[in-house]
Design a protein around this ligand. Structure first.
Ligand SMILES: Cc1ncc(COP(=O)(O)O)c(C=O)c1O
Length: 430
């Protein structure tokens, strides 16, 4: 574990690091001081349930209209990682947001929640919808016509754009996604195929967000989904904690002082991991330990945590912000999320892009899991930290099932090449 000065040096040198938060407070005290509470999360959960019949009818792949992903034991991967990296891991579970229906990533819960909240507010205001109606009525042409008089805009590295774009287009909004230069071509094409307007910016994520925000402000009918500041996104992400609690109960995983749960969350601007960490701390208090993982070349939240200020960009530290983990290619953290997480999360760590490709390949080999490089970041946690007594670890796989096959195959080849020297596990062990 790195001390502050060491941590900062490693960050500047783009070397992997892990820093334990020395401002961490007892979660009960920290949560009491925050501007959001569990009732905000319960509101979001209630809204997602009101929309479930509508979502089930529009997206049959969702189970009963609840957009959720499986939690699964990863015994083979645990063995594979132990052999490949010569280490011992705790019990390892995978939270498979890479398989989330509709939007294929961790950004789905928050993004879809914000668009549903917008649609609900407009529909209620119009007098055409009451809160206790069957929301399947929203499929009717009169609602499409109503929503078509409104526009939605968002800045994205890709995956938030997919959730916002898919949901907004389905309801009938005019939707524009402002994409940063890191966004992958296939994500842009997917959005265009759904009738979403994609504007490409030859700049980083923060610039794409500012430009989108500015353009949207000029149009009175435009709602800007602000990934850097949105509470609706944040509470939507936090709903995942309620769902995870049920899944842990079903798997009979105990979480208490003697059975700590460590959760490793890939982090970009901070919203999705921040929301989930907030929800989990509400449910499990100090028995859950939440760590954020970022690429060594885009460690904006790690810098903000170590330096104790959100007013930083990675370029201030001579870091280029360039990474193959496109979902995490963010140069400046969300100030809202930083202020919530400052005393709440347990630590931050970084991972090199080459390691992401290796982990992506090993996941495919041992668990047949299709994840994108950003998602593989969640596996860095158990590799960097020694297990606590009684620990269960969850690596949050944040996206990947929408990756086109040929691109995915190329990524796997890269991972296999990188792993040529380290010991690959014997097939018979799996
Ligand atoms: C696959 C993936 N993982 C993790 C994240 C991180 O989420 P956030 O930017 O809210 O920190 C993103 C963000 O787009 C993502 O696409």
């Amino acid at each position: 574990m790195n001390k502050k000065d060491d941590a900062l040096r490693s960050l500047k040198e783009t070397k992997p690091m892990a820093w334990e938060n020395d401002r961490l407070g007892p979660s009960e005290d920290v949560l009491r001081e925050l501007p959001l509470t569990m009732s905000d999360v319960a509101d979001a959960d209630g809204r997602l349930h009101r929309f479930a019949p509508y979502l089930a009818s529009r997206f049959p792949k969702t189970a009963n209209g609840i957009i959720e992903s499986p939690l699964s034991e990863a015994k083979n991967l645990k063995k594979t990682l132990e052999k490949s990296y010569g280490t011992t891991l705790p019990r390892l579970l995978l939270k498979k947001d890479n398989d989330l229906p509709v939007a294929g990533s961790i950004k789905a819960r928050g993004g879809i929640h914000e668009i549903l909240a917008l649609a609900e507010a407009i529909a209620l205001r119009s007098g055409k919808l009451e809160i206790d109606r069957d929301y399947r009525i929203l499929k009717e042409p009169e609602f499409k016509e109503l929503f078509s008089r409104h526009s939605v805009a968002v800045g994205s590295t890709g995956n938030l754009g997919i959730s916002i774009g898919v949901m907004s287009a389905e309801l009938g909004f005019n939707v524009t996604v402002h994409m940063s230069r890191d966004a992958k071509g296939w994500k842009k094409e997917l959005l265009r195929s759904k009738g979403v307007k994609v504007v490409e910016h030859d700049d980083d994520y923060s610039a794409a967000v500012s430009e989108g925000r500015r353009i949207c402000r000029e149009d009175k009918t435009c709602h800007f989904v602000d990934d850097e500041n949105s509470r609706l996104l944040f509470v939507g992400y936090a709903v995942a904690a309620l769902r995870l609690r049920n899944q842990l109960k079903e798997m009979k995983v105990i979480v208490d002082k003697t059975h700590p749960l460590r959760v490793y969350l890939p982090c970009g601007v901070g919203g999705a991991p921040g929301g989930i960490a907030f929800g989990l701390k509400q449910l499990y208090g100090d028995s859950v330990k939440c760590w954020f993982v970022e690429p060594t070349h885009a460690p904006c939240m790690a810098l903000a945590m170590v330096q104790d200020t959100p007013d930083i960009t990675v370029s201030d530290y001579g870091i280029d912000g360039i990474t193959e983990a496109d979902g995490l290619a963010v140069g400046a953290p969300s100030k809202l999320v930083w202020s919530i997480c400052r005393k709440l999360i347990d630590g931050v760590m970084t991972v090199e892009d080459d390691r992401l490709y290796e982990l992506q390949y090993l996941m495919d080999r041992s668990e047949s899991v299709k994840a994108e490089p950003s998602a593989a970041a969640g596996l860095q946690g158990p590799l960097l930290l020694s297990p606590l007594p009684g620990e269960t670890a969850i690596s949050w796989l944040t996206g990947g099932s929408f990756l086109p096959d040929e691109i995915y195959e190329d990524m796997l080849k890269k991972g296999r090449t990188l792993l040529e020297d380290p010991v690959l596990p014997d097939e018979t062990d799996l």
